[in-house]
Design a protein around this ligand. Sequence first.
Ligand SMILES: C[S@@+](CC[C@H](N)C(=O)[O-])C[C@H]1O[C@@H](n2cnc3c(N)ncnc32)[C@H](O)[C@@H]1O
Length: 133
Amino acid sequence: MGIVASSFGHRVIMTDHNQDALSFARANALLNGISDLEIKELDWNRPEVKGTFDYIVGSEITYKEKYFQPFRSLFKTYLKDDGEVILASSIRKTSMELIRRMSDIFHIEAQKKNLRSQDIKISIMLCKMRFKK
Ligand SMILES: C[S@@+](CC[C@H](N)C(=O)[O-])C[C@H]1O[C@@H](n2cnc3c(N)ncnc32)[C@H](O)[C@@H]1O
């Protein structure tokens, strides 16, 4: 999914701009009995959600530099002053570049995490960002 913006106890929204991804998310929510999740179309270039959020969470969205400016603007618009952006991604050059570009306005903590199933082990980068005060 593209971006999940959430606020504990209030609205939880899952977004993507791709209709198939949205249909899968709706089916997945239904299968798992999750009814209090808003699933909405949102394009990072033209976000139209209302409100501000405690958390903005994204998985595997840091793969193209052309999205960094839209992300920056989206985070500035939708993240509460004391909110947190949490990004998970493969360890790749663009993920490092995103950290570099965001570090003027965010305090950033990045950690390598090893995920393991019975058959495979992968490493990911987990990145947490909070506005500098
Ligand atoms: C690499 S996939 C990651 C999918 C999933 N989050 C995961 O971790 O497996 C990137 C996702 O970003 C979405 N995406 C790409 N461009 C987008 C845009 N401009 N606005 C919103 N979502 C976008 C794609 O539709 C896709 O679901």
